[in-house]
Structures are given as C-alpha cells and as structure tokens.
Design a protein around this ligand. Structure first.
Ligand code: SAM
Length: 245
C-alpha cells in the first residue's frame, strides 16, 4: 500500500513511520509513505499557503491554488490515487470504512490547519473523513490515526493475520471478548476457569458470548447491528435479568 500525505508539516510524520511494525513494513516495501508539502506548490518569493477568510473572522485558511497544483501533479502521475480530506465535518471513520479504504492501493490524505481549508478544495477530493466529533488543531494526527487503522489490515504488516480477525469491530459491530495472560491469579482476581480447560469449542463459545455481553453493556446502540442466534439472544436476556442480583 502506498500513502501520500499532503501537509504543511511533513516533519510531524517521520518518527511514527520509522518505528515498530510500520517501520519494518516500510523497510520491506509493504508500505510506502510520501510526504508532500503544500509550500512546494505555492508561488512567489514568500511561498504563501494561507490567507485571511473572505467575509472577516479570525484565523487563516489554507489556499486552494497550492493544494490544487499538488493534487493535479499527484493525480497525473497516479491516476488511481484515492484522495481523502481530513475534516471534522467529514463522515465519521469506523472499521467498515477502514476496511473499504484498505482496498485502495494508494491513498492520499489532505491535512488542514488553522481555520481549515478553502471550501473549493472539497471539490478536488474523493471523500471527506472525520476521526471523531471533536476539533484537532491540524489534520496530521487524524491522518496518522487513519494510516494506522488501515495499514495494520494490509497483509504482511502485522505479525499474525489472526489478530485482526477476532478483534473489536472485525465482525460487524462486535467488541472483543476479555483477554487474559499470566499470572492465573492477581490480587484475588482469577482467570476464568474455561480459558484454562483446553476445550477449544467451549472457549470459542465463551468468547463469543462475552463479546456479545460486553457490546450490549458498553455500546447498547450497536445492538441493532449485531446478528445472533436465538440461543445467544436468550442467554443475553438472562444475563441482563440477573445483573444486580
Ligand atoms: N474550522 C474548522 C471547522 O470548524 O470545521 C476546523 C479546523 S481545524 C482547527 C484544522 C484542521 O484540523 C482541519 O482542517 C482538519 O484537517 C483537521 N481536523 C480537526 N479536527 C478533525 C477531526 N475530528 N477529524 C479529521 N480532521 C480534523
């Protein structure tokens, strides 16, 4: 997978991509990261990339021309690139969108700064995404979040392919079951006996039920999108009934 990040602050991206699993994936050529600075596409001696908003108001707005030039060059060289504008006004990122984005071989992420970007830049992108209902000072952390979530699904990036199959949101909107490791007991808290039984079928059933219970208790709004058997539904209702007894 190839990533292009368009930003005024390319230096922000160097450390995360040179460490850990992603650093190794870059070394192996599984991931490729290009950083593009809008300033390189700005004209004039001062290479101005932002300006005050028409109509008044505080702050600066990223200008359309440098971004348009950068994107024109990018699209000419890479006609299949999928361009995403990071903005708090975009569609909310979730695991289904992460999976879909992973299908693109080349993603370009457009980071805003200051008061945001000139409205006409929206016409130049393929989609607009937000990482949550809050406002960051720049698109770079949002780009990093998106790159992390998508890149870990690229085959060969994580050590074990299995680890992405069973985690939260891998099956629709289900949260992951509780995980334990050594020791068996800590401050009176014991690992559930079933996980030590060696009975893989029983463990799989326990995990599935715990995942359902955890999702219903922590994120009840996800309940509607969960598919479950009649037996699981009855079991869940029983847990809710006895809760607090
Ligand atoms: N004035 C803009 C607004 O109200 O929509 C917010 C601008 S914000 C201070 C600067 C930049 O940070 C945005 O252009 C965007 O690239 C990025 N950003 C901020 N919050 C974000 C979020 N929740 N998701 C994605 N990008 C975000």
């Amino acid at each position: 997978m190839r990533w292009t990040v368009l930003t005024l602050f390319p230096e922000v991206f160097r450390p995360p991509w040179s460490a850990g699993l992603f650093g190794k994936a870059v070394e192996k050529g599984i991931l490729e990261v290009d950083l593009v600075n809008y300033r390189d596409y700005a004209e004039g001696r001062h290479k101005v990339v932002d300006d005050t908003p028409f109509g008044g108001g505080s702050g600066m707005v990223i200008k359309v021309e440098p971004v348009a030039r950068a994107l024109l060059e990018l699209r000419t060289k890479n006609p299949k690139v999928h361009v995403v504008l990071l903005t708090p006004q975009g569609a909310l990122l979730n695991q289904a969108k992460v999976r879909r984005l992973c299908g693109h071989g080349h993603l370009a992420l457009l980071c805003g700064r200051y008061e945001g970007v000139d409205e006409r830049i929206r016409r130049l992108v393929d989609e607009e995404l937000s990482i949550g209902d809050y406002v960051l000072s720049g698109g770079e952390p949002a780009a990093w979040v998106l790159m992390d979530a998508v890149s870990r699904l690229v085959p060969g990036v994580l050590g074990s392919e299995e680890s992405v199959c069973e985690e939260s949101f891998s099956e629709g909107s289900l949260l992951e079951y509780p995980q334990y490791t050594r020791p068996r007991e800590h401050s009176g808290l014991e690992v559930p006996e079933i996980l030590l039984s060696g009975d893989h079928q029983a463990i799989a059933r326990w995990r599935r039920r715990q995942a359902l219970l955890r999702t219903v208790r922590r994120r009840p709004e996800l309940l509607e999108s969960l598919s479950m058997t009649e037996e699981e539904r009855t079991w869940l209702l029983e847990q809710e009934r006895f809760e607090g007894d």
